[in-house]
Design a protein around this ligand. Structure first.
Ligand SMILES: Cc1cc2nc3c(=O)[nH]c(=O)nc-3n(C[C@H](O)[C@H](O)[C@H](O)COP(=O)(O)OP(=O)(O)OC[C@H]3O[C@@H](n4cnc5c(N)ncnc54)[C@H](O)[C@@H]3O)c2cc1C
Length: 381
């Protein structure tokens, strides 16, 4: 790809913004980026040690090809930077036997030739004695399920962007943006920065950046680390898979095995609660830890006793339909929107970096992103 003289500004250098900045800079684009907090911070969506990726994706069909491409791009990022990011540990999804999650997991795995097994409760307990799936459940086991470290991923993309000449500014909030005949103008402190294109990747703070045009809200998701009642080594990431439990009422929580140097299992519910960026609640709410541990201990009884060793709230931008919002701004074609990644965007980080770079530099991408079109909301309005 030949070098372009276009200046692209990136607003927000979290997971998606740092990936966009790195990809753009690597393609020879002049990049300037702004982040309101410090490098790879723990204030938004991208912290808490671990994120998961699985190939047998159960959402709308547009996601699965992007997940598969992401696996390759995660590995390319490792090769390019020397950072170890993707770690295959296997994953279990324990769901009602007659539920949609199991059917869809099997359908995606079959369609794309993804190795998988469907296990009865007794077989799960035989292989992993910590796990006691309830009667009436089946367990979908995918050995290629993997985990990534969110903070290190953001840092890796920041380093890559800087290595390719990006001019990145931390602790530097953008207070507003407008488009004019000169391009896109960003107000940063008492300066006006002019760029040809702007990528907005503001995560939980997205709503305020789109002047109510796009229905994306801040959502709070709560992570809890729990020390098991038994020897922690039993849950070591070296030999214990990640797991997800979906109840017959449709409530879902997930857990990560214990990382090296740690003594606790991290767990969370997949669904969050509406939050307000002016008033972010970072501590545990009354009963919050107990509800999560109670839910998960139906499957893994040996986490019942010791309570939380650590908690961390995350804040994410979630679209009204819980699908990503990626594409040109409906009213301003030289602004690219990257928002609404909710609780399922991290696995796509490298492919979204590619898509955002394609859109900023070429105005189009060869991936199918029709589901994510920002105009879908404007058409509905
Ligand atoms: C608890 C939790 C668990 C998750 N687990 C998974 C998982 O297992 N697998 C998976 O695929 N996904 C998962 N996700 C989802 C994934 O982590 C998010 O979708 C992803 O991190 C979102 O990245 P982002 O770039 O949109 O947000 P962020 O990384 O938060 O980046 C947005 C950035 O914009 C900055 N910003 C905002 N406004 C301004 C401004 N005005 N000026 C300058 N900077 C600004 C913010 O400070 C922030 O750094 C999880 C999310 C959470 C919260």
């Amino acid at each position: 790809m030949t070098a372009k003289q276009t200046t692209v500004a990136v607003l927000g250098l979290g997971a998606m913004g740092s990936a966009a900045a790195a990809t753009l800079a690597r393609r020879g684009c002049k990049v300037i980026g702004f982040e309101q907090f410090w490098r790879a911070h723990n204030q938004g969506s991208s912290h808490g040690d671990t994120r998961a990726i699985r190939k047998a994706y159960v959402r709308e069909e547009q996601y699965a090809p992007l997940v598969l491409e992401s696996y390759d791009l995660w590995m390319r990022l490792e090769r390019d930077t020397g950072a170890e990011l993707l770690r295959e540990i296997g994953g279990l999804v324990v769901t009602p036997s007659n539920g949609q999650t199991l059917k869809r997991s099997i359908a995606t795995a079959t369609k794309y030739g993804i190795p998988h097994e469907v296990l009865e409760p007794s077989e799960v307990t035989r292989r992993w004695p910590t796990m006691h799936p309830p009667v009436g459940t089946s367990t979908f086991y995918e050995r290629t399920q993997s985990i990534m470290p969110p903070e290190k991923t953001v840092e890796t993309h920041i380093e890559l962007a800087v290595r390719h000449g990006a001019d990145l500014h931390f602790n530097t909030p953008v207070s507003s943006w407008t488009h004019s005949q000169r391009g896109v103008e960003l107000k940063v402190g008492d300066q006006i920065i002019v760029a040809d294109k702007l990528v907005i990747a503001g995560g939980a703070w997205s709503e305020g950046l789109f002047a109510d045009l796009l229905p994306v809200k801040c959502e709070r998701l709560f992570q809890v680390w729990v020390k098991p009642d038994i020897d922690a080594a039993v849950f070591s990431v070296k030999h214990h898979p990640r797991w997800v439990l979906e109840s017959s009422e449709g409530r879902t929580a997930y857990a990560f095995p214990i990382l090296e140097g740690q003594d606790s299992i991290k767990m969370a519910f997949t669904a969050g609660t509406a939050s307000d960026t002016e008033n972010l609640e970072r501590q545990a709410l009354p009963g919050e830890v107990e509800t999560l541990v109670g839910f998960m201990s139906d499957l893994v009884p040996s986490i019942r006793g010791k309570g939380a060793t650590q908690v961390a709230a995350c804040f994410s931008g979630k679209a009204k339909d819980d699908n990503f919002i990626i594409g040109p701004h409906p009213r301003c074609g030289n602004v690219i929107v990257a928002s609404g990644f909710g609780s399922h965007g991290f696995k796509f980080v490298p492919v979204i970096g590619e898509i955002l770079a394609d859109l900023a530099l070429n105005g189009t991408t060869n991936r199918d992103i029709s589901l994510f079109d920002p105009s879908r909301f404007v058409r509905q309005a």
